[in-house]
Design a protein around this ligand. Structure first.
Ligand SMILES: [Zn+2]
Length: 71
């Protein structure tokens, strides 16, 4: 899931913009979502790209796994 890096919660995140890019008219190639945290006014972008087999984020958001990570 996506959460705010400042608040460390997804509770206050809102999707302000969402775009889906298609390939050949059927396959989803890329998903881009812009998030805004209503608590700290942070913004970030989540991008999932089929080609690169994964997701990336920038800004004030981070992707968290289902299970907690301990360094
Ligand atoms: Zn926040």
């Amino acid at each position: 899931m996506i959460e705010c890096t400042n608040c460390e919660t997804a509770q206050f995140l809102q999707i302000t913009k969402s775009r889906v890019y298609f390939q050949d008219g059927e396959m989803i190639r890329e998903i881009s979502e812009r998030y805004e945290c209503t608590l700290c006014d942070g913004t970030g972008t989540y991008t999932y790209t089929e080609d690169e087999d994964g997701a990336s984020v920038s800004g004030d958001v981070q992707v968290t796994k289902e299970r907690p990570r301990f360094a």
